[in-house]
Design a protein around this ligand. Structure first.
Ligand SMILES: [Fe+2]
Length: 297
């Protein structure tokens, strides 16, 4: 049974291929329409050796090779949110394969917050115009013959959205695998109670909806996994499953978040991802730099 107000069509079964990025524990996805060669790419990665200031594209190239080998047409490059732990590979892939880059319209809130943190000038637009499409709650879009829709799921960040395509949902950092629990809610604009409410929206999807994670860290030494179901999360998620209350969750999440270190790549990730995956503009010498705000985060 489902009590979701969204246009769920469980009869549509996209072909989903996950790509695991070992450096950041991110899973990117190619989501293919079974009735055409159309696909979307969700949460792609651009590689960075931050210590060396070096950008490379091995992860994105792997996805590009997959798309080319299978003769797919990329219609969308979806960002579930502004990631703080890896850089987006969306513009690089778009340059090679086309497609539109989309994110939630609350990106403007994130741009406003981090535009200030990084003291960006007026040339940094805070209107989301770096993206091709800004989704609002319930917005639908086509991937070939499939209709996808996006749901507001703030809490981890203000711009988080879950994307549902037929019987598959891409949950971003709303949920982790049942033994991983949930993502932190202490970034600027994050909120534990709001995250709990967003998770309830995901858990209101049909029990056999396939859920695809953005991250997995293999808790307790288990192998990396990224697919589960709504029913499994409802029953077993260690942070929200088995009927845990909103109050329990807020208390647990707040205490846990206070112990967590900043993600290693948060500083370069935010500067790039708030620009839809573009590096900051080069300076007068033609060189490109990333900033480190001292005591600014
Ligand atoms: Fe995230």
């Amino acid at each position: 049974m489902t009590n979701t107000p969204y246009p769920v069509d469980m009869s549509v079964k996209p072909e989903v291929t996950g790509f695991f990025d070992e450096a950041t524990n991110t899973i990117s996805y190619v989501v293919k329409d079974p009735n055409s060669n159309a696909c979307a790419i969700v949460d792609s990665v651009m590689d960075i050796d931050y210590a060396a200031g070096r950008i490379t594209y091995d992860s994105a190239d792997e996805i590009i090779a997959f798309v080319q080998k299978n003769d797919l047409k990329v219609e969308w490059l979806i960002e579930t949110h502004v990631h703080a732990d890896h850089l987006s590979g969306a513009p690089y892939i778009q340059g090679k394969l086309g497609g539109k880059i989309g994110i939630g319209d609350k990106i403007t809130v994130v741009q406003d917050t981090f535009g200030k943190v990084f003291n960006e000038g007026t040339e940094f637009q805070r209107d989301g115009s770096q993206f091709d499409r800004l989704f609002v709650d319930g917005d639908t879009y086509q991937i070939g013959t499939m209709t996808a829709f996006a749901i507001y799921t703030p809490g981890h960040t203000p711009a988080c959205m879950v994307h549902v395509v037929g019987n598959a949902a891409f949950v971003g950092d709303t949920l982790f695998m049942p033994d991983g629990g949930s993502a932190r809610a202490d970034f600027p604009g994050g909120d534990a109670g709001t995250l709990y409410d967003s998770i309830q929206k995901v858990l209101a999807l049909p029990d056999d909806m396939r859920l695809f994670m953005c991250h997995d860290y293999g808790p307790n030494g288990r192998e990396i996994r990224w697919e589960t179901t709504v029913g499994d999360e409802k029953a077993h998620n260690i942070h929200v499953g088995g009927g845990k209350t909103r109050e329990d969750f807020i208390k647990f999440r707040t205490e846990r978040d206070a112990q967590l270190a900043m993600p290693k790549l948060i500083i370069p990730s935010l500067q790039v991802n708030m620009r839809a995956g573009q590096l900051p503009p080069a300076d007068d010498s033609g060189k490109t730099f990333l900033k480190v705000p001292v005591n600014g985060l």
